[in-house]
Design a binder for this molecule. Structure first.
Ligand SMILES: [Zn+2]
Length: 318
């Protein structure tokens, strides 16, 4: 059995997994990232968390083929430099070199959302597909594009940020500084903002009860719960949300025509309640008119483990 290490370097946690050749995580190690800190300290903790994971797996460093790192931000896989990460407060940090000096193993680097997308084609919902898009709806929107089995990240490694595709000219403010991005409407934050608008217009809505009278308590589940109770404002909020999402996803499909489009993140737990109306709306806007050759829309399968699993196998792509 061969073993690999995947490190999901996040703004909150350094999550490490030892992964076997069947894509199973057989040992884990986790430490707080505690941002902001000097890169030296964070890399020291990445090594510590790696040793914890190895210990839990009962595997030695000698048995590891290589180590992969999935990091937020612009990860230059050619130079091994994390050029920029707002979440980590890193500028031009040579992460690969710093790790290799410490562990004496080959180390690979990739953007975390790209690595997570790669995991879905290896072991998740898109297993076996050569062309796939994976979109994660969280506080923001993470995305990865797989073309012919490889991660597409553009010439400067800053792609593939589908969350920052404009869908409304002059629309809602986005975290990136633009207005009207897909993320501003379709992230969990987007759904919460859409729901709040409908609450303000509908003081009698059950959404207020669900939020215990406090609009700041709205989360991504409340509009769906309200819709299940038959509340009109909640149903309208969800419908508006799904319309924006279908509009954006149909554009992604029209450009790439991937075999499969996987949706992950908290809201994807709604399953068919989210996916069925999306499929219907997207079908109307799909440039391809052959229903037998339509992009499959499914929920992502690997959840939070996708970052670890995808990172662990980055060496396949080198
Ligand atoms: Zn944006």
């Amino acid at each position: 059995m061969k073993y690999y290490v995947g490190i999901d370097l996040g703004g909150t946690n350094i999550a490490v997994g030892v992964v076997n050749e069947e894509y199973e995580i057989v040992g884990r190690g986790k430490l707080k990232t505690n941002v902001p800190r000097p890169a030296e300290e964070i890399v020291d903790d990445m090594v510590k968390a790696t040793h914890l994971a190895l210990e839990n797996a009962g595997v030695t460093m000698d048995q590891i083929e290589w180590i992969g790192i999935g990091s937020p931000g612009i990860a230059n896989k050619a130079t091994g430099v994390l050029e920029f990460s707002g979440n980590l407060d890193f500028y031009n940090v040579p992460l690969v070199g710093m790790m290799e000096d410490r562990v004496h193993k080959k180390v690979y680097l990739e953007n975390d959302a790209n690595a997570a997308a790669y995991a879905e084609i290896l072991a998740g919902s898109a297993k076996g597909c050569r062309d796939a898009i994976v979109i994660t709806l969280g506080t923001g929107v993470g995305s990865g594009i797989i073309i012919d089995g490889k991660i597409y990240s553009g010439f400067n490694y800053a792609g593939a940020e589908l969350g920052h595709m404009g869908i409304v000219y002059g629309g809602r403010d986005c975290t990136c500084g633009r207005k009207g991005c897909f993320e501003a409407y379709c992230s969990a934050t987007g759904l919460i903002n859409i729901t709040k608008d409908h609450m303000k217009k509908n003081p009698d809505s059950k959404l207020w009860e669900l939020a215990e009278g406090d609009i700041e308590k709205v989360n991504g589940r409340i509009p769906y719960d309200g819709m299940r109770l038959g509340d009109k404002a909640a149903t309208e909020a969800v419908d508006e949300y799904v319309n924006y999402m279908a509009y954006g996803l149909a554009s992604c499909i029209n450009i790439f025509q991937p075999e499969i489009l996987c949706i992950g993140g908290g809201i994807s737990k709604e399953g068919e309640t989210l996916l069925a109306p999306l499929r219907e709306k997207i079908a109307k806007e799909d440039f391809n008119k052959d229903p037998n050759k339509r992009t499959k829309l499914v929920a992502a399968k690997l959840g939070n483990d996708a970052g670890i699993i995808g990172s662990a196998f980055l060496g396949n792509l080198a």
